[in-house]
Design a protein around this ligand. Structure first.
Ligand code: GLN
Length: 495
């Protein structure tokens, strides 16, 4: 098996057995990036030289038997995480030359555990989008192809589309993502990989460029459930520099893999059935239900009655927070500046040149819903509905241990297919947004290929801080599905 096809777990074992060196492993990935990134555009900033240097240090640590859990493992980092001395753009023109003087906590944790960063991955500008088409650095191509349509370019999902495409195509063994309303789970589903959005507060937000602070959460994206557990182990934990980070022990996530599911109660929310679900995803969902039943789970019909308000409230709360968070890009303190005759003219010129259309749309929506006279009617009302959405989940979790739903209503669509209608694009998030609004952990697992040969993902949603049940149930789905399919465009052979 080629080095770009291994899981993190297998690669870590191979490094310890000296089956290959960290330099060989990392070089296989940086070479693959060199060969395929011009096409896929999964990375905004590949960092091959620094990665090979870090790999040499990893080999030295391995030789001294001082390997840490991720020593020598090549990872992609979503370009929303500040990396000290490495350009961090949020895929925006306004930060196109921003080199952070500090490291985000999540990436610092991964570095502490020996990970080697092979580059900064592409995303929707400021993580706003569902197709990775709003990046100022150009769209990402999904490495998967519809059957018989080699020339149709599909989207990888978004906003963590670069991370998902990189992991699927073998340009990284795993990658970080962030998820505000689905940005880890939906691209994971579209690219046939596993993506886990932890409980809000599980991973520190320090040094992650903010989109909507009450929703943003970092998480792992990888080719197996176990690899997500390994990455989360490193990424999670209390951080006094993030006031919403929660001071709670980080359990041994890998221990949850393969745990017996006997007696586990799995809820199937009936509201998720109606919402524009494609037939192939409906069938995959039913199959997932059968697999969990066969693994000893009890399947329970449940109701989340406020689901229907999820998207509407999300697209008030998230833009409101974004308009406030992005106010800091004023041409004075961070990023690009376009001069003007007056201070106001400078602000206007800077922000007009710096932000793309989707980001501007969100800032305008957010400013509107926060403005005097509309605040009560929109923002406050949305926050109240958010409480009801959260209460739905809390009540459900008195009856069941975990929920199983589809991740997205369809498989990956083609570039241009939904992009001229923002509302159509927002509908992609219909199944992922409720768990985000409630702060619950959720994970997407690939369970098969649809009629056109594209991967389909199912979503598990768990109780707050019970990522272990997601990992246990996710690994059961993973073994039952035996998903070993690989995309048409991939590294092996690229050398
Ligand atoms: N697609 C959603 C949005 O555009 C979610 C993005 C995200 O999770 N960052 O807001």
């Amino acid at each position: 098996m080629s080095l770009t096809e291994l899981t993190i777990a297998d690669a870590a074992a191979g490094l310890r057995k000296r089956a290959f060196s960290a330099v060989e492993l990392v070089r296989a990935h940086t070479d693959a990036i060199g060969a395929l990134n011009p096409r896929l555009n999964a990375y905004i900033t590949p960092t091959a030289d620094a990665a090979l240097e870090a790999a040499a240090h990893a080999d030295a640590a391995l030789a001294r038997d001082e390997a840490k859990p991720l020593t020598g493992i090549p990872l992609g980092i979503k370009d929303l995480f500040c990396t000290r001395g490495v350009r961090t753009t949020a895929a925006s023109n306004i930060l196109k030359n921003f080199v952070p003087p500090y490291e985000s906590t999540v990436t610092a944790n991964l570095l502490r555990d020996g990970a080697v960063f092979v580059g900064k991955t592409n995303l929707d500008e400021f993580a706003m989008g569902s197709a990775n088409i709003t990046s100022a650095f150009g769209p990402v191509e999904n490495p998967w192809k519809r059957k018989g349509e080699a020339d149709t370019v599909l989207v990888p999902g978004g906003s963590s589309g670069g991370s998902a495409a990189a992991v699927a195509a073998g340009l990284a063994m795993g990658a970080t993502g962030t998820d505000t309303g689905g940005s880890i789970r939906q691209p994971a589903a579209y690219c046939g990989i596993v993506g886990l959005k932890p409980t809000y507060g599980r991973c520190s937000r320090f040094g992650t460029i903010a989109y909507a602070s009450s929703l943003d959460q970092a998480g792992p994206m990888a080719r197996s459930v176990r690899d997500c557990a390994i990455m989360l182990q490193s990424m999670a934990g209390f951080d006094p520099r993030d006031s919403t980070s929660v001071d709670r022990d980080v359990p041994d996530y890998s221990a949850a893999i393969g745990r017996s599911l006997k007696g586990l109660k799995v809820g199937i929310p009936r509201e998720y059935r109606a919402e524009g679900l494609s037939a192939e995803i409906g069938a995959a969902w039913q199959q997932g239900i059968e697999w969990l039943r066969a693994a000893g789970c009890e399947i329970v019909d449940v109701s989340l009655p406020h689901t229907k308000y999820g998207l509407a409230t999300y697209y008030i709360v998230a833009p409101a927070e974004c308009s406030s968070n992005l106010a800091r890009y004023d041409g004075l303190r961070f990023g690009e500046r376009v001069e003007g005759q007056t201070l106001d003219a400078m602000y206007e010129a800077t922000r007009r040149a710096g932000f793309g259309p989707e980001v501007r749309r969100r800032i305008m929506m957010g400013t509107y819903v926060l403005s005097a006279g509309y605040y009560d009617a929109y923002y406050l009302k949305a926050q109240k509905v958010r409480t009801l959405i959260r209460r739905d989940f809390t009540e459900c979790f008195q009856q069941v241990d975990v929920l199983l739903t589809p991740t997205a209503p369809t498989s990956a669509f083609a570039q241009g297919e939904q992009s001229d209608d923002p509302v159509q694009m927002y509908l992609n998030d219909i199944f992922t947004v409720p768990a985000s609004m409630a702060g619950m952990p959720a994970m997407s697992v690939p369970v098969g290929l649809g009629d056109t040969g594209l991967p389909l993902g199912l979503q598990l949603i768990g109780r707050p801080f019970d990522e272990e049940t997601l990992l246990a149930a996710g690994s059961a789905l993973e073994s039952a599905a035996g998903f070993t399919h690989r995309p048409a465009i991939r590294a092996e052979g690229a050398k």
